[in-house]
Design a protein around this ligand. Structure first.
Ligand SMILES: O=C([S-])c1cc(C(=O)S)c[n+]([C@@H]2O[C@H](COP(=O)(O)O)[C@@H](O)[C@H]2O)c1
Ligand code: NI
Length: 430
């Protein structure tokens, strides 16, 4: 299983992400050719090259916007100038970039204020593949929802400011192009460093993290204050929110390759986004959270209802253990296994629905066999099977209990006859 891991110790922005993924092996020409499938590709050029931050060599990407006159010239002669679309400039960055990270009003107003639908149209009008289109739209929707919430507007009235600018369109669609190309099975990320201080943007001088960034990163583990500058932008946050399946600081994989995407400013720490291409063999490792509550004062009739609610809200497992608590009180330990996405909702149910005043949580490393699903035919009927593999060999198989139960009833035989029939099947083909 291939894993892409984002190590966001210095945060993430759209251009750092492009640099890191190119450094990891996505071809520069591939990215340029794909971006040229956009109808707006005459509006930008991309500079990318190798440079260093505090001795770390990585890839620096800059999206260079064509000036307003240039855009008009191109848009009036669209077919004639087609060959100029989205070309790249290679450059060896021996010096630091002078380009400011902050967008000011003048620059923003040179560009059309695009809304979500006009961005969707740019994506749909391209010849990019369906996966890239979907991922790009998902990321823009994340930004639009955050903007709508922060500015108190309906989503279709959100006019993107910075993100309407071409560089953010390139950053987001470029992210989708690179991730689609890497063909990884899972994407994980570390705690996300937000930075600190204030940043100048279209709204004026606003606190870091920017309101859109905090909105997007709700429920995602973050850290703040490693540097007095913005390290994670709304675009970077939207990339993580859309792409990352699990946020964890544990790296339980074999590192195959490391990529570094360089930021623009210089900090006390290297302003780089590090990405790892990792591999996990055989077992599927997953980090989940175990939540426990000891309950000695609740009507036991309520347990069933609460368990249903926990499962409906994404609990992966719920079980009860009889325990004896202090003062000799018989009680129930309610244990709930969950992933990060459902953690907050599960905590809420336990705190609101049970009598507990608090809960305990700890991370558990779950190791599972690789699984496949198949259906076998027996003399009693078809039975879905779960098959467990270790080193490519079938070592376990389990029939679907509910189907076995139904077949026992419909055939009028004891259920163990069904299980005996299943055990005769050899799925290793021997
Ligand atoms: O719409 C966007 S992306 C946006 C929203 C906000 C709010 O907090 S509201 C702030 N900004 C600032 O603009 C620059 C550029 O951000 P990108 O994500 O486009 O690279 C950055 O300083 C943001 O904090 C943008
Ligand atoms: Ni805004």
């Amino acid at each position: 299983m291939k894993i892409l891991y984002y190590d966001c110790f210095a945060g993430i922005s759209g251009d750092m992400n492009l640099g890191a993924l190119i450094d990891l092996g996505v071809g520069k020409d591939y990215l340029i050719n794909e971006l040229n499938k956009l109808t707006i590709s005459q509006e930008f050029e991309i500079e990318m090259g190798t440079s260093q931050k505090m001795g770390i060599t990585g890839t620096k990407v800059d999206v260079i916007l064509q000036n307003k006159n240039h855009i008009h010239e191109h848009s009036h002669n669209h077919n004639i100038n087609h060959h100029m679309q989205g070309h790249s400039h290679e450059h060896g960055h021996s010096h630091e970039h002078e380009q400011e990270f902050i967008h000011d009003h003048t620059e923003i107003h040179e560009h059309e204020h695009r809304n979500l639908n006009s961005i969707y149209k740019i994506i749909d009008d391209s010849t990019l593949n369906e996966n890239i289109k979907k991922l790009s739209k998902d990321m823009f929707l994340v930004v639009a929802k955050a903007e709508a919430k922060v500015h108190g507007k309906p989503i279709d009235e959100v006019h993107f400011h910075e993100v309407g600018a071409v560089d953010s369109i390139v950053d987001i669609i470029g992210a989708a192009i690179c991730i689609d190309k890497l063909k990884v099975d899972k994407i994980y990320a570390s705690t996300v460093e937000l930075g600190g201080g204030f940043v100048k943007c279209a709204h004026g001088i606003i606190p870091v993290p920017a309101p859109a960034t905090t909105e997007i990163l709700t429920d995602i583990p973050v850290s703040k204050g490693k540097v007095n500058s913005e390290t994670t932008t709304p675009t970077g946050a939207a990339i993580l929110k859309t792409m990352v399946g699990k946020f964890t600081d544990k790296m339980d994989f074999k590192i195959i390759k490391t990529g570094y995407g360089l930021g623009t400013k210089d900090f006390e720490i290297p302003n780089v986004l590090r990405v790892f291409l990792g591999e996990v063999s055989n077992e599927v490792n997953d980090i989940q959270t175990m939540i426990e509550v000891n309950i000695d004062d609740m009507n036991s009739e309520l347990f069933g209802h609460i368990e249903d609610k926990l499962f409906e809200s994404g609990a992966l497992d719920v079980y009860k253990t009889p325990i004896i608590m202090k003062k000799g009180r018989p009680a129930i330990k309610l244990s709930v296994l969950t992933n990060t996405a459902s953690l907050h909702e599960i905590e809420k149910i336990l705190l609101v629905e049970t009598t507990t005043l608090g809960l305990r949580e700890y991370q558990v490393n779950k190791v599972m066999l690789n699984r496949e699903f198949t259906t076998i035919s027996t003399k009693y009927g078809k039975i879905p099977m779960k098959i467990g593999f270790l080193d490519g060999e079938v070592i376990k198989m389990k029939p679907e209990y509910e189907v076995c139960k139904k077949l026992a009833d419909s055939n009028g035989v004891p259920i163990r006859y069904i299980y005996d029939e299943v055990s005769k099947i050899n799925l290793n083909g021997e």
